[in-house]
Ligand binder design. Structure first.
Ligand SMILES: [Zn+2]
Length: 186
C-alpha cells in the first residue's frame, strides 16, 4: 500500500511562485516535480512518528555532547582548582626557611612523622619529626604528656637544640618541656 500526499510546497498545484528581482516568478515545483503530490510507502502518521523519533534522537545526541562538554570543562576547572589548593597549601606549609635554632628555645610547628623506638635501657621512646613554622625541622623524643601526638598535630615545646652538622635547617632536641598540643596547654 502506498499513500499519496498533497505537496506541501505548492499546495498541490505543481507550480511554485517566488520573488526574484522585484518580480513574481513562476515555475515548476521541484518538491513534487510538478505533480502536485508525493507518493509514500508509509502513512503520514507513521512518517510523523519517525520524524519525531529522529528528532528525539538528535536532541538526545546534542544533550549528550553538551553534557560531555560541560563535564570536561568542569573537570578542567576542578583540576585547576585542585592545583590552586595544592599550591596554596604548599605555600602555607613552606614559608621562607630560617636556620634551625641552637640552645634552649621554644619551637612551634606541625608533626611531620612519628616513630616508636624500644630502647634496651631507656624503655619506649616516642620520637617525632616536627616542622617549625619558621621552616626548619627538628627531631627528638616527645615529652611524655604529648607522647601520642600524631602526624599533622600542632605542638609547641621548649627544649635544648643542637644543629645538624651538615644541614643548618635541621636540629636535634633533648629534654623537651611541653607547652601546647593542638591549641591546648599541656
Ligand atoms: Zn509541489
Amino acid at each position: 500500500m502506498s499513500y499519496k500526499d498533497m505537496c506541501y510546497r505548492c499546495n498541490g498545484t505543481g507550480r511554485y511562485r517566488w520573488f526574484a528581482q522585484g518580480q513574481v516568478a513562476d515555475g515548476m515545483c521541484f518538491a513534487c516535480m510538478g505533480r502536485g503530490h508525493k507518493v509514500f510507502k508509509t502513512s503520514p502518521e507513521e512518517r510523523a512518528k519517525n520524524r519525531a523519533k529522529a528528532q528525539a534522537k538528535r536532541d538526545a545526541q546534542r544533550a549528550e555532547r553538551e553534557a560531555s562538554r560541560v563535564e570536561s570543562a568542569y573537570r578542567g576547572h576542578l583540576t585547576l582548582y585542585l592545583y590552586s589548593l595544592a599550591r596554596a597549601s604548599r605555600e602555607a606549609l613552606k614559608p621562607p626557611r630560617s636556620p634551625a635554632p641552637v640552645g634552649r628555645v621554644e619551637v612551634a610547628g606541625t608533626v611531620i612523622s612519628t616513630r616508636v623506638v624500644e630502647h634496651w635501657n631507656y624503655g619506649t621512646q616516642y620520637k617525632a619529626l616536627v616542622e617549625d613554622d619558621r621552616g626548619f625541622r627538628v627531631w627528638g623524643n616527645l615529652p611524655y604528656l604529648m607522647h601520642d601526638a600524631k602526624k599533622g598535630d600542632r605542638v609547641s615545646f621548649r627544649a635544648r637544640f643542637t644543629r645538624s652538622d651538615d644541614d643548618e635547617f635541621f636540629a636535634f632536641w633533648q629534654r623537651a618541656h611541653p607547652l601546647t598540643w593542638n591549641g591546648y596547654e599541656v
